[in-house]
Design a protein around this ligand. Structure first.
Ligand SMILES: [Zn+2]
Ligand SMILES: [Zn+2]
Length: 175
C-alpha cells in the first residue's frame, strides 16, 4: 500500500494514521520462503518533526511457519513489529544511514508501506527457531526425528560414506 506523505510535509503538517493490510502470503528470504499463517494490520503513524524531517512509527504482528533449526518441524512463530524510523528528506536516501539494507521505501512524497514492513520483518527475523527448548533434533545418519523415536544408527563414523551424509546434515542444521 502506498501512503501519501504530502499532508505531513505540507504547511499544516497533518498527522497520517493508517492501518495497513500487508499483502503477503509468504515471506522470501535468501535461505527460503516461509508461509504467513496470521497477520494483523500494521498501524502506521507518520508525524512531522521539523522542516523536512518526520517520524514513522509502526506496530503489528505477523505469524510465520518456520522450521525448527534442529528437527525441521514447522514452528508457528509470531513476529512482533514495533518500529520507529526517523526520516530526513534532505539527507540522500531518506537519511537511513544507520541501516545498510535497501530502505528505498520512500519515493518523493510517497511511502511504500509494504516495502517498509518487509524490511522490518527482515530486521526482526528470529535467529534461532526451536520447536521446544529440549528438541533432540534428528539423527545425522538416517534423518529420524529423535523427538518421535530412536533409531539404530551407531554414532561412530564407521562407514565413511555415512559420515559424508552426516556432515551434510550438520551443515544443513547450522543454517
Ligand atoms: Zn525441533
Ligand atoms: Zn539414525
Amino acid at each position: 500500500m502506498l501512503l501519501d506523505l504530502s499532508g505531513v510535509l505540507s504547511e499544516q503538517h497533518t498527522e497520517l494514521i493508517q492501518d495497513v493490510d500487508i499483502d503477503m502470503t509468504e515471506f522470501r528470504a535468501g535461505y527460503g520462503s516461509f508461509s504467513v499463517l496470521k497477520k494483523t494490520p500494521i498501524s502506521i503513524r507518520v508525524t512531522h518533526v521539523k522542516e523536512r524531517k518526520f517520524r514513522i512509527t509502526g506496530s503489528g504482528k505477523v505469524t510465520f511457519e518456520i522450521p525448527c533449526d534442529r528437527c525441521l518441524k514447522p514452528v508457528e512463530t509470531e513476529l512482533v513489529l514495533d518500529f520507529v524510523k526517523n526520516i530526513d528528506l534532505d539527507v540522500p536516501d531518506g537519511g537511513q544511514t544507520e541501516e545498510l539494507d535497501e530502505t528505498n521505501y520512500i519515493d518523493g512524497y510517497t511511502l511504500d508501506a509494504d516495502k517498509l514492513v518487509c524490511g522490518e520483518i527482515l530486521i526482526g527475523w528470529p535467529t534461532k527457531i526451536l520447536c521446544s527448548e529440549d528438541c533432540k533434533g534428528m539423527c545425522g545418519v538416517c534423518g529420524q526425528n529423535l523427538n518421535q523415536g530412536t533409531c539404530d544408527c551407531e554414532d561412530a563414523g564407521l562407514d565413511p560414506r555415512m559420515s559424508v551424509i552426516r556432515d551434510v546434515f550438520k551443515n544443513f542444521k547450522e543454517v
